[in-house]
Every structure is written in structure tokens, then in C-alpha cells.
Design a protein around this ligand. Structure first.
Ligand code: FA5
Length: 338
């Protein structure tokens, strides 16, 4: 009824002939798998006569062990051959596969380019903390307490840290630097800033600013205009005009909004500049005497200008990018262009 010898012969001959790992897998399934032929024998044992059962059980166990052993040996042998074959088929003269290369983020490149231009004009590059006290972010910068000016920059407060905010601009670094250094001062401060804003194509909840501060004995608006004109012409590589419009910041007096002639249409009017011929690039002004005083310096003796520009917006103008959110999207199709 159950011909164990025949089964053994057939299995051993098939294992011997098998020349691929795939075939070995099939044989494993066919003979020693859960529903394989050896399992079939075990299932049939209870139906055999009483005196045959013990003998059959013994033989079936022996067959199972034997087949397991043979299949395992054959599998190891074939695996080894396959590996060797792979090594043999390696052709070192074929050209290699080019690995994907990363590149610097456009804002990282911009930070270097922008600060380099100011370094060329004798400015030093400094930094300040992202988490600020209310004093440095607002009070020392002459924002009156409970004055609506504080609402100009929607603030993110730090949970559990009384009086701590995520800086809404890089201007607090003006105070920190004047506290520690005597004039003459000529510094720029690149850095990340945070605002509790609803995002759209030109507003992000965090973005980058570049602050500038120059303090000396006889600094005037014309010094500022000359520095900033030189800067935009270097960054935008051309003949760009600059104009100042009156504005308001609590920490500067007078304050200006600075426009440059549109680099896309050369000032004749296009969709980028909303047909005005001008693009707004930064806020600026002469440092308010209260700010100089709050930093421990004498405003009778020292004066100067400060400015703060949105780095993201400058890069957008330069490369014609129409949505600030692309910078923070992690979108490779966008980033790979830089
Ligand atoms: C300020 O932050 C002032 N601290 C600038 C300043 C410094 C004025 C020194 C005078 C003296 P303002 O809030 O306008 O100003 O921001 C400056 C620039 O940051 C803007 O011109 C704009 O380019 C950019 N900016 C502002 N909000 C956003 C935003 N949500 N997303 C991206 N860029 C922004």
C-alpha cells in the first residue's frame, strides 16, 4: 500500500537532477512540505494494520530525515555556485552606476552669496539664538508694551517657558551685539525667524532674514542708500535702481520700505511686479535712539542704520520662483534645479 522504497528512489533521483535553487524549493515542497508526500505517509499510518504501524512510522521518520539532509546539502551547493557565478559574471570594464548626488538647498546657497557681498563691503557675519526673550525680541527694540505694533509680527510663544518666544525677526541680534561690542559696528545677521501666520504663496510660518547694522559717529541715510544699492546690483547682477518709501518700525526713525526696480521687466511693468515696475525687498531705517540706549550705548555719540530683508523673497525674485512654500516642501523636482 505504501511503497516507501519507491518514494525514496524517486525523490533521491530528482534531488540529484535538480540544478537550480528554484527546483530545490519545489522538491522541498513536494516531499517534505506540510502537504508533501512524506506528510501523506504520516497521515495514512493510522489506517495501517496494528502490527505495521510502528514499522511504518520508523521508516517514514527515517525517510524524512534523509530527504531533509539531501535537500539541504544540495541547496547549499547550489547557493555557493550561484554566488561564484555572480562574481565571475562581474565585468569591471562596464561603466559604473552613477549614484544620486545631493546639492545645497537654494536658501543655503543664497545665505552664502548674500553674506559674501556684505563681507566684501567690510561687514562681519554674526548669529543669535532662535528662541528669544520678550525683552530682546520686542521691548529693547522700542515696541511699547500693549502697543499694536507687536501685532505686526504674529508671535509664537514657547510652551512652559515664561517670557520666551521664537524670534519673529533677526533684529534682536542688533541689541545683543551692541551690548557686547563697542562701535564702530558693521555686521550682518543671517537667520531663521518664526511667525504665527496663515501660509500662502508669499508667507511661510518660518523663513529666513538677513539683518544689517552699521553704527558709527557720522552715519546717514545716504550711507545706507549707497550700501544697499551696491548690494542689490551685485546680487541681481545688473543695473538696478533703488528707492526708499516712508514706513514705520518702532526700532528705526525715520523708517523706510526699500524697493528695487523690477529685475524681470527692467522697471517697465510685468506680472512679477504687479505692473508697478518696483519690487519691495526690505525694511530699514536709522536706528532709534532708544534702541541704542537700551543696548548700553550713548545715542548722543553713536548713530547708524539697520535693515532686514526676507532672504526667501530675494531668492524668489532672482530665480522667478512663485511660491515660498516650495523651499520647505522637500520636493526634489524643485530642489534638483539648484
Ligand atoms: C522686519 O521683520 C524688520 N525686523 C525689518 C527691519 C530690520 C526693519 C531693521 C528696520 C530695521 P518685516 O516684518 O517687514 O520687517 O519683514 C522683513 C522682510 O521679511 C519682508 O520684507 C519680507 O521680505 C520678509 N517676510 C515677512 N514676512 C514673511 C513671511 N511670512 N514669509 C516670508 N517672508 C516674509
Amino acid at each position: 500500500m505504501i511503497d516507501i522504497d519507491n518514494l525514496r528512489k524517486k525523490a533521491l533521483s530528482e534531488i540529484k537532477k535538480a540544478d537550480t535553487l528554484k527546483k530545490i524549493k519545489e522538491l522541498e515542497k513536494r516531499y517534505i512540505g506540510k502537504d508533501g508526500k512524506v506528510s501523506d505517509i504520516f497521515k495514512k499510518i493510522p489506517q495501517a494494520g496494528k502490527e505495521k504501524r510502528a514499522k511504518l512510522g520508523k521508516e517514514a521518520n527515517k525517510l524524512k530525515g534523509e530527504l531533509e539532509e539531501k535537500l539541504k546539502n544540495k541547496r547549499l551547493k547550489l547557493e555557493k555556485c550561484e554566488k561564484e557565478e555572480k562574481v565571475e559574471s562581474f565585468d569591471p570594464t562596464l561603466p559604473g552606476k552613477k549614484p544620486d548626488l545631493g546639492s545645497l538647498h537654494p536658501l543655503t546657497t543664497a545665505r552664502k552669496e548674500l553674506t559674501d557681498i556684505f563681507v566684501g563691503m567690510g561687514f562681519s557675519v554674526i548669529q543669535g539664538p532662535d528662541m528669544e526673550t520678550g525683552w530682546y525680541n520686542f521691548d529693547a527694540l522700542n515696541f511699547p508694551k500693549d502697543h499694536p505694533a507687536r501685532d505686526m509680527q504674529d508671535t509664537l510663544f514657547v510652551k512652559g517657558e515664561k517670557e520666551k518666544v521664537m524670534r519673529t525677526h533677526t533684529s534682536p541680534v542688533q541689541i545683543r551685539h551692541m551690548e557686547e561690542n563697542d562701535p564702530p559696528i558693521k555686521v550682518v545677521v543671517p537667520g531663521r525667524v518664526y511667525r504665527n501666520e496663515t501660509t500662502d504663496a508669499s508667507h511661510e510660518i518660518n523663513f529666513y532674514q538677513l539683518e544689517g547694522l552699521m553704527i558709527d559717529k557720522d552715519i546717514s541715510v545716504s550711507n545706507f542708500k549707497s550700501v544697499i544699492t551696491q548690494f542689490v546690483n551685485e546680487y541681481f547682477d545688473g543695473d538696478v535702481n533703488v528707492r526708499l518709501r516712508p514706513s514705520f518700525f518702532p526700532f528705526t526713525e525715520p523708517s523706510f520700505e526699500v524697493d528695487m526696480s523690477c529685475s524681470v521687466c527692467d522697471g517697465s511693468g510685468c506680472s512679477v511686479c504687479s505692473q508697478t515696475g518696483w519690487l519691495e525687498v526690505l525694511g530699514a531705517g536709522m536706528v532709534h535712539p532708544n534702541v541704542i540706549k537700551n543696548s548700553g550705548l550713548n545715542p548722543e555719540k553713536w548713530q547708524g542704520f539697520a535693515f532686514g530683508m526676507g532672504m526667501d523673497r530675494l531668492v524668489m525674485i532672482k530665480y522667478g520662483i512663485d511660491d515660498v512654500r516650495l523651499f520647505y516642501s522637500g520636493e526634489l523636482r524643485f530642489l534638483e534645479q539648484f
